[in-house]
Write a protein that binds this ligand. Structure first.
Ligand code: CDP
Length: 197
């Protein structure tokens, strides 16, 4: 079975939680594509050329334990504006999306650029304040700074020329601002269950 679910949306909207839950419920493989950009960003922050980093990315690069920080998120969104970096990561993501057995991919451009032919496309969002609060619960620190970083990253992701963050025309929008996790997962699972039959 070839079956792809794309989950796009802004920072800390709940894409990861929803994607992992869908993968577990429907027995699909899951790829957090943000991790690819975070790993490239981390190498670029260490002085490596970002395009070379993207072209030579290894499994060990993705297993680093410093990729979830706010700084890594910022570094990711800075290298994510580079068309050559994005191009170097396309083929791996496309192959993952259309692998036998089905896949869920979460990111920014999965439904629009990586896999426009996906069977189910979701766009998961929430207000900046709600998203910043969730991220602050994960990383701690100064709440106002976390909100500022979320806004800055949204701004860069939505306004870049290469594969900007936006919902695909046929994406189902799920606003998780006022939703419990279980409710958000239930809404996301509904179109999948309908499509899989
Ligand atoms: O977890 P969170 O939503 O905060 O971020 P992420 O999904 O790990 O993505 C980190 C950054 O990588 C984003 O802010 C984007 O700039 C970039 N990214 C992208 O451009 N395209 C993707 N498919 C995934 C991430």
């Amino acid at each position: 079975m070839i079956f792809t679910i794309t989950v796009d949306g802004p920072a800390a909207a709940g894409k990861g939680t929803i994607s992992r839950a869908l993968a577990a419920r429907f027995g699909l493989a899951h790829l957090d594509t943000g991790l690819l950009y975070r790993a490239v960003g981390a190498k670029a922050a260490e002085g490596m050329d970002p395009v070379a980093a993207a072209e030579g990315l290894t499994a060990a690069d993705l297993a680093r334990d410093d990729l979830r920080s706010l700084a890594a998120g910022q570094a990711a969104s800075r290298v994510a504006v580079l068309p050559e970096v994005r191009r170097a990561l396309v083929e791996f993501q496309r192959r993952f999306a259309r692998r036998e057995g089905g896949a869920v991919l979460d990111g920014r451009d999965i439904g629009t650029v990586i896999c426009p032919e996906a069977e189910v496309k979701l766009f998961v969002t929430a207000s900046p304040e709600v998203r910043a609060h969730r991220r602050w619960l994960e990383v701690g620190g100064d709440a106002a700074q976390v909100l500022a970083e979320v806004r800055e990253r949204d701004e860069r992701d939505m306004n870049r020329a290469a594969a900007p963050l936006r919902p695909a025309a046929d994406a189902i929008i799920i606003d998780t601002s006022g939703l419990e996790i279980a409710e958000a997962i239930a809404r996301a699972a509904e179109p999948v269950a309908r499509r899989i039959g």
